[in-house]
Design a protein around this ligand. Structure first.
Ligand SMILES: [Zn+2]
Ligand SMILES: [Zn+2]
Length: 140
Protein backbone atom coordinates (compact mmCIF):
# COMPACT_ATOMS: atom_id res chain seq x y z
CA UNK A 1 0.00 0.00 0.00
CA UNK A 2 1.66 3.19 -1.16
CA UNK A 3 0.57 6.65 -0.28
CA UNK A 4 -2.38 7.99 -2.25
CA UNK A 5 -1.06 10.15 -5.04
CA UNK A 6 -2.71 13.45 -5.74
CA UNK A 7 -4.36 13.56 -9.17
CA UNK A 8 -2.53 15.61 -11.79
CA UNK A 9 -3.71 19.18 -12.33
CA UNK A 10 -3.88 18.58 -16.08
CA UNK A 11 -3.25 15.90 -18.71
CA UNK A 12 -1.17 16.71 -21.79
CA UNK A 13 -1.24 14.83 -25.10
CA UNK A 14 1.76 13.98 -27.27
CA UNK A 15 1.09 17.04 -29.42
CA UNK A 16 1.18 19.36 -26.43
CA UNK A 17 -2.58 19.89 -26.15
CA UNK A 18 -3.52 20.00 -22.50
CA UNK A 19 -6.74 19.77 -20.54
CA UNK A 20 -7.31 20.57 -16.89
CA UNK A 21 -8.52 17.70 -14.70
CA UNK A 22 -11.97 18.83 -13.65
CA UNK A 23 -13.29 15.90 -11.65
CA UNK A 24 -11.46 14.04 -8.91
CA UNK A 25 -12.51 11.13 -6.73
CA UNK A 26 -11.22 9.98 -3.35
CA UNK A 27 -8.91 7.51 -5.10
CA UNK A 28 -8.46 8.95 -8.54
CA UNK A 29 -9.72 11.34 -11.17
CA UNK A 30 -11.60 11.54 -14.42
CA UNK A 31 -9.50 11.58 -17.58
CA UNK A 32 -10.20 15.00 -19.15
CA UNK A 33 -9.77 13.50 -22.65
CA UNK A 34 -12.03 10.45 -22.54
CA UNK A 35 -13.86 10.90 -19.20
CA UNK A 36 -12.74 7.46 -18.11
CA UNK A 37 -11.97 7.08 -14.39
CA UNK A 38 -8.25 6.86 -13.68
CA UNK A 39 -6.95 5.48 -10.42
CA UNK A 40 -4.54 7.80 -8.66
CA UNK A 41 -1.85 5.09 -8.58
CA UNK A 42 -1.99 4.61 -12.36
CA UNK A 43 0.46 6.68 -14.32
CA UNK A 44 -1.94 7.22 -17.21
CA UNK A 45 -5.48 6.68 -18.42
CA UNK A 46 -6.13 2.93 -18.88
CA UNK A 47 -8.67 3.40 -21.68
CA UNK A 48 -6.88 2.04 -24.78
CA UNK A 49 -9.02 4.28 -27.00
CA UNK A 50 -7.98 7.43 -25.15
CA UNK A 51 -6.25 10.26 -27.02
CA UNK A 52 -3.53 10.17 -24.36
CA UNK A 53 -2.20 6.95 -25.95
CA UNK A 54 -1.81 8.45 -29.40
CA UNK A 55 1.32 9.84 -31.02
CA UNK A 56 1.34 13.28 -32.63
CA UNK A 57 0.49 11.68 -36.00
CA UNK A 58 -2.14 9.49 -34.38
CA UNK A 59 -3.86 12.50 -32.87
CA UNK A 60 -3.77 14.37 -36.18
CA UNK A 61 -5.24 11.35 -38.00
CA UNK A 62 -8.00 10.93 -35.41
CA UNK A 63 -8.90 14.63 -35.52
CA UNK A 64 -9.03 14.57 -39.33
CA UNK A 65 -11.26 11.48 -39.19
CA UNK A 66 -13.54 13.08 -36.62
CA UNK A 67 -13.80 16.24 -38.72
CA UNK A 68 -14.68 14.16 -41.79
CA UNK A 69 -17.37 12.28 -39.89
CA UNK A 70 -18.81 15.49 -38.45
CA UNK A 71 -18.91 16.98 -41.94
CA UNK A 72 -20.68 13.91 -43.35
CA UNK A 73 -23.19 13.94 -40.50
CA UNK A 74 -23.84 17.63 -41.09
CA UNK A 75 -24.36 17.08 -44.81
CA UNK A 76 -26.79 14.23 -44.08
CA UNK A 77 -28.67 16.46 -41.65
CA UNK A 78 -28.88 19.29 -44.20
CA UNK A 79 -30.26 16.82 -46.77
CA UNK A 80 -32.78 15.46 -44.26
CA UNK A 81 -34.01 18.98 -43.45
CA UNK A 82 -34.24 19.83 -47.16
CA UNK A 83 -36.27 16.65 -47.83
CA UNK A 84 -38.62 17.38 -44.94
CA UNK A 85 -39.17 20.93 -46.20
CA UNK A 86 -39.80 19.63 -49.73
CA UNK A 87 -42.33 17.09 -48.47
CA UNK A 88 -44.05 19.75 -46.41
CA UNK A 89 -44.30 22.08 -49.42
CA UNK A 90 -45.62 19.24 -51.60
CA UNK A 91 -48.25 18.33 -49.00
CA UNK A 92 -49.28 21.97 -48.77
CA UNK A 93 -49.56 22.27 -52.56
CA UNK A 94 -51.61 19.07 -52.58
CA UNK A 95 -53.96 20.34 -49.92
CA UNK A 96 -54.40 23.69 -51.65
CA UNK A 97 -55.10 22.00 -54.98
CA UNK A 98 -57.67 19.68 -53.40
CA UNK A 99 -59.40 22.58 -51.65
CA UNK A 100 -59.57 24.48 -54.91
CA UNK A 101 -60.88 21.52 -56.93
CA UNK A 102 -63.43 20.37 -54.37
CA UNK A 103 -64.71 23.94 -53.95
CA UNK A 104 -65.09 24.16 -57.74
CA UNK A 105 -66.98 20.84 -57.81
CA UNK A 106 -69.29 21.91 -55.00
CA UNK A 107 -70.00 25.22 -56.70
CA UNK A 108 -70.76 23.51 -59.99
CA UNK A 109 -72.96 20.86 -58.35
CA UNK A 110 -70.50 18.13 -59.34
CA UNK A 111 -69.70 15.05 -57.28
CA UNK A 112 -66.84 15.50 -54.83
CA UNK A 113 -66.60 11.73 -54.26
CA UNK A 114 -66.08 11.05 -57.94
CA UNK A 115 -63.55 13.88 -58.05
CA UNK A 116 -61.69 12.35 -55.11
CA UNK A 117 -61.63 8.95 -56.82
CA UNK A 118 -60.28 10.40 -60.05
CA UNK A 119 -56.65 11.28 -60.69
CA UNK A 120 -57.47 14.71 -59.36
CA UNK A 121 -53.85 15.82 -59.12
CA UNK A 122 -53.28 15.42 -62.86
CA UNK A 123 -56.69 14.77 -64.42
CA UNK A 124 -59.50 15.89 -62.13
CA UNK A 125 -62.89 14.44 -63.09
CA UNK A 126 -65.91 16.66 -62.64
CA UNK A 127 -69.01 14.49 -62.77
CA UNK A 128 -72.59 15.57 -62.42
CA UNK A 129 -74.95 12.73 -61.51
CA UNK A 130 -78.45 12.86 -62.91
CA UNK A 131 -81.09 13.57 -60.32
CA UNK A 132 -82.38 10.35 -58.81
CA UNK A 133 -79.19 8.40 -59.56
CA UNK A 134 -76.73 7.32 -56.93
CA UNK A 135 -73.01 8.04 -57.14
CA UNK A 136 -71.21 4.74 -57.95
CA UNK A 137 -68.55 5.71 -55.45
CA UNK A 138 -71.20 5.96 -52.78
CA UNK A 139 -71.92 2.24 -52.86
CA UNK A 140 -68.45 1.20 -51.80
ZN1 LIG B 1 -8.44 8.91 -21.11
ZN1 LIG C 1 -70.10 10.60 -57.74
Amino acid sequence: MGTVQAPPASVTLANGESRVVEATYSNGYECPWCFYPVRADESACANPACDTWLSVDGIAARRADQAKRAEAAEAAERLRRFDAAQRERAAERDLNLWRELSARAEEGGQCVKCLRRSYWRSAPKFVKHRPGTVCPNDRR
